[in-house]
Design a protein around this ligand. Structure first.
Ligand code: KG4
Ligand code: ZN
Length: 343
C-alpha cells in the first residue's frame, strides 16, 4: 500500500510517497529559504503564498519520481499542527482535496511527533520508548515518548526556540539566514570558551523547560560592550565574531545536552531521539554522542535532510493508519505553540 505525505508547516513545501513497509519511493522538498534571506527570518504571508505556488508541482513530482500513478495512492497524510497558520492551511486544503478526489483515507500528522519519528525512519528499527528532544526554528521541547503515538510533554521553551536564537544571533553577527549552519561554520574558527554566556535552568534537573532569550540578550550586550551599537552596522573582526559564535553555540549545546540527560534520568528511559533543524548541528551531535557513551544511553538522530523539515518523517502516518486514526474532511489546522508546563 502507498501513501503520500504532505508537509507545509513552515517554509518548506514537501511531499513523499511511502510504502506501508516504510520504503520511501520518492521525496521532494522545495525550500523557500532564499526568499527570507533579506528578512533574516520567515515572513508568514510570503511563506503561505510560496506554498500555494509550489504545492501542486511538489505533489506531482513526488508521484512521478515514485514511478506510480496518482490513483495508486491508498491514503493521504498531511501535517496539520503545529506551525504557521497560512502555511499549514495550504497543505491541509491540498491533502483534503486529494483524499476526496481519490476516495482514500485522510491522516493527520503532528509535526513535532514526526520530527522524533524521523529518528525511527533513519534507524530502521524501533527506537521507542524514548525521550524525544525537538529543537527547531519554532520549537524546543522534551517529551516522554512511550510509543510513536503517545507523547507526554516534559518541558519546553518559555520564550525563544533554540533555532530562533541561532537565527537571531546570526543576524546580530551579520551572518545570513538561516543562521544555524552559518553560526556553525563561523564557530569552527572560534574559541568556545572565549565568552561565558548564560545557561538558563541548566542546573535545575526538576525544571525541564528552556529559555534562550537571556542568552540572545547576553550576546547583544557583548557586542554593545565591544562598541558595536547598531544591528545594521556591525563591523566585528572575524576572530571576535567567530569567538562569539562558538561561545554562543557552546551555551546552547550545553543546555540542550544537559536537559536531555536530566529528562532521561527523570523518566528512566534509555533512548534519546533528537529531531528538528538544530539537530543538524555538528557540535550538538558530537556532544550527544559522547554523553551517550559517558552516561549509558543510546542517542538516535537522523541524517541532516531528515532533521530539517521534510515529508519523509510523515511515515508516522502509517502508525496512525494501523491504529485506525483517520480524519474527516472537516480536518482543520492548529497553528498552536507548545508552551512550557508552568506557563
Ligand atoms: O526543523 P526546521 O527545518 O524548521 C522548523 O520546524 O522550525 O528548523 C529550522 C531551524 C532554523 O532555525 C535553523 O537555523 C536551524 O534549524 N538549523 C541549525 C542548523 N541547521 C539548521 N541550527 C544549528 N546548527 C545547524 N547546523
Ligand atoms: Zn520542523
Amino acid at each position: 500500500m502507498l501513501l503520500i505525505a504532505i508537509e507545509s508547516s513552515c517554509d518548506e513545501t514537501a511531499a513523499a510517497v511511502i510504502r506501508d513497509d516504510g520504503e520511501v519511493l520518492s521525496e521532494v522538498v522545495a525550500s523557500q529559504a532564499h526568499l527570507f534571506a533579506e528578512y533574516g527570518g520567515v515572513v508568514p504571508e510570503i511563506a503561505s503564498r510560496a506554498h500555494m505556488e509550489r504545492i501542486l508541482p511538489v505533489i506531482d513530482q513526488a508521484v512521478k519520481r515514485a514511478g506510480i500513478q496518482i490513483s495508486d495512492l491508498d491514503a493521504v497524510a498531511v501535517t496539520n499542527c503545529p506551525g504557521l497558520a497560512g502555511s499549514l492551511l495550504v497543505g491541509v486544503v491540498a491533502a483534503k482535496t486529494l483524499a476526496l478526489t481519490l476516495g482514500v483515507p485522510l491522516i493527520a500528522v503532528n509535526h513535532l511527533m514526526a520530527h522524533v519519528y524521523a529518528c525511527r525512519v533513519a534507524a530502521q528499527k524501533d527506537v521507542f520508548p524514548c525521550v524525544g528532544l525537538i529543537v527547531s526554528g519554532g520549537h524546543t521541547s522534551l517529551y516522554r515518548c512511550a510509543h510513536p503515538l503517545d507523547f507526554t510533554l516534559l518541558g519546553a521553551t518559555i520564550d525563544d526556540a533554540a533555532g530562533e536564537a541561532f537565527d537571531k544571533v546570526a543576524a546580530m553577527l551579520g551572518l545570513p539566514y538561516p543562521g544555524g549552519p552559518n553560526i556553525q561554520r563561523a564557530a569552527e574558527q572560534g574559541n568556545p570558551k572565549a565568552y561565558h554566556f548564560p545557561r538558563t535552568f541548566k542546573n535545575d534537573p526538576e525544571n525541564l523547560n528552556f529559555s534562550f532569550s537571556g542568552l540572545k540578550t547576553a550576546v547583544r550586550y557583548q557586542l554593545v560592550g565591544e562598541g558595536k551599537h547598531s544591528f545594521e552596522s556591525l563591523e566585528i573582526s572575524d576572530q571576535q565574531g567567530a569567538d562569539i559564535a562558538a561561545s554562543f553555540q557552546a551555551a546552547v549545546v550545553d543546555v540542550l545536552a544537559t536537559k536531555a540527560r536530566q529528562a532521561l534520568q527523570k523518566t528512566g528511559m534509555k533512548n534519546l531521539c533528537v529531531g528538528g533543524g538544530v539537530a543538524a548541528n555538528g557540535v550538538l551531535r558530537a556532544r550527544l554522542e559522547s554523553d551517550a557513551k559517558r552516561f549509558g544511553y543510546t542517542f538516535y538522530t537522523a541524517p541532516l535532510k531528515l532533521c530539517t523539515d521534510n515529508a519523509v518523517m510523515g511515515a508516522i502516518a502509517w502508525e496512525r493508519y494501523r491504529a485506525g486514526q483517520f480524519e474527516d474532511l472537516d480536518l482543520n489546522f492548529e497553528a498552536g505553540v507548545v508552551r512550557a508546563k508552568n506557563q
